[in-house]
Design a protein around this ligand. Structure first.
Ligand SMILES: Cc1cc2nc3c(=O)[nH]c(=O)nc-3n(C[C@H](O)[C@H](O)[C@H](O)COP(=O)(O)OP(=O)(O)OC[C@H]3O[C@@H](n4cnc5c(N)ncnc54)[C@H](O)[C@@H]3O)c2cc1C
Length: 458
């Protein structure tokens, strides 16, 4: 018998909060056992809970936390293919494989994600324009499907099921294990250029000039209007050759000593984030960087995962939680949609600390996978309730009209009608999902809201 604990759960944004029964399987056999104890409740895999909204949540459902399925099963140093269980995290991969000269092929802005969660959201990173998404480096996905059968799928075997699972938000089954092709790296350091960009047009110019650099992104100020709209710091970088690494031992030690010192131990008060503090923060961040460009050699931690240095940083938004909104809009020389979005945000006074902006490449994976060619922008908003939801509805309308979409891995409130217009592939995706899960076993709050799965008991 599985041990089921009833508890409250939320995503990284701490909104919404639901009650579920939770199991922590340690072996594959435990997952099968838990699956057999559904009793008509919705069933869902949950990795490290770094999706922001309700993708990994199911009210009154049964949730398997995959984190203890963390075995590395095989590795081929000639090719870089690693076979591992779904609960292995990117942090685990970094710890074991960076010293051996390998790195994850794609990484999001936190290393605290499982490989199963990375496929469930088909995550992208700073290298999307060169490397595509996580699923473009994955094969032999072992999936527990709605019938209780285990199916191996990838781009060659059961390709439709694979495409529906990549970005399928856990709704095609439980990923038990997969193979991922790690990339060779000459060192754990990155040679980084940071460039102060004065506005949105300048960002686009620097981005266009940086297309041959593997990793690119920028932080932009989203409270300044007028000529300075979209000003910020653009960062681009490549793995540093071993001879450029200054003194790795000393730096490594310093990083490890510093990391646990930073923590947000309690919820921030609601007044902490207001128009004034956010404006001041954006100003300081921008002015701190001298005009023009700077070059430095930095460890992969601050290069890819600056927010991971602060434990529980999501508490800064207080008990009410926060929402992240990530959009992508097709390229447009005038960037009308981006300007309209930034304008709406600054007018609303609910601006975020900093926004992340990046140009995606041409790799499109279809199904519910998020990236399409264009510019993506991600912003955090304290949960101001209805005024915020109204603002986000207005942003949805701008994004939809521009032929863009929002990222489901960050979402907690998109309407079904907007979703269906943003992801016209949804019907084809659902036909595949329904074929593999005719009884509607796999369910989530996001899936119910967007019409991707059954709403009631199976
Ligand atoms: C600071 C921060 C930065 C981020 N930066 C990026 C970024 O740059 N790019 C990006 O794409 N995302 C980014 N994200 C989002 C994050 O990478 C994704 O949401 C990722 O999927 C989280 O992995 P997880 O293991 O926590 O999965 P969870 O959040 O637990 O689950 C995510 C989805 O995957 C499904 N899932 C999880 N495990 C399995 C499994 N074994 N089988 C089937 N389905 C499963 C869940 O049901 C859910 O639908 C960021 C998040 C944070 C907090």
């Amino acid at each position: 018998m599985t041990r089921w604990d009833e508890r409250e759960m939320s995503g990284w944004g701490r909104y919404p909060v639901v009650r579920s029964r939770v199991a922590r399987p340690e072996r594959r056999a435990d997952v099968f056992e838990a699956f057999g104890e559904r009793n008509g409740h919705g069933f869902l895999a949950h990795g490290l809970g770094r999706s922001y909204g309700d993708a990994a949540l199911i009210e009154d459902g049964q949730v398997v936390l995959t984190r203890r399925l963390d075995r590395m099963l095989a590795f081929d140093p000639d090719t870089g293919w690693l076979r591992c269980e779904a609960g292995v995290s990117i942090e685990d991969i970094l710890e074991v494989f960076v010293p051996r000269g390998f790195f994850p092929p794609v990484t999001p802005g936190t290393k605290f994600v499982t490989v199963g969660g990375a496929l469930g959201c088909d995550v992208h990173g700073k290298s999307h324009h060169v490397n595509g998404c996580w699923s473009n480096h994955v094969r032999r996905v072992e999936l527990l499907t709605g019938s209780g059968d285990v199916v191996f799928c990838d781009a060659e075997n059961e390709p439709e099921l694979f495409a529906a699972t990549a970005g399928g938000m856990g709704l095609t089954g439980v990923i038990l294990s997969l193979e991922v092709k790690l990339a060779r790296v000459a060192s754990p350091y990155f040679e980084m250029d940071s460039i102060r960009v004065e506005n949105l047009d300048h960002f686009l110019e620097v981005s266009a000039d940086s297309q041959t650099t593997t990793n690119t992104m920028a932080w932009i100020d989203c409270v300044t209007r007028g000529r300075g709209m979209g000003r910020g710091i653009f960062m681009r970088g490549e793995v540093a050759p071993a001879e450029l690494v200054p003194d790795p031992t000393a730096l490594d030690k310093a990083m490890r000593l510093a990391a646990p010192l930073l923590d947000v131990p309690v919820d921030g008060p609601n007044w902490l984030l207001n128009k004034g503090t956010i404006r001041a923060f954006n100003e300081v961040y921008f002015r701190r960087h001298p005009k023009g460009a700077k070059r430095s050699v930095v460890h992969y931690d601050p290069f890819f995962y600056p927010l991971d240095a602060v434990n529980n940083w999501n508490r800064i938004y207080g008990k009410r939680g926060f929402l992240q909104y990530q959009l992508v809009v097709p390229r447009d020389p005038e960037q009308r949609a981006l300007r309209a979005v930034l304008d709406e945000i600054t007018k609303s006074g609910m601006g975020s600390f900093l926004a992340v902006i990046k140009e995606f490449g041409d790799q499109v994976n279809g199904g519910l996978s998020f990236p399409i060619p264009g510019v993506t922008l991600a912003l955090d908003f304290a949960n101001y309730g209805q005024p915020l939801y109204d603002l986000l509805d207005r942003l949805d309308a701008v994004v939809e009209d521009a032929g863009g979409r929002v990222y489901l891995g960050k979402d907690a409130r998109l309407s079904r009608a907007s979703f269906q217009r943003m992801y016209p592939e949804w019907e084809a995706w659902k036909a595949v999902r329904d074929r593999w899960d005719p009884q509607g076993v796999f369910r989530s709050e996001l899936g119910k809201r967007l019409g991707l799965c059954a709403e009631g008991p199976a």
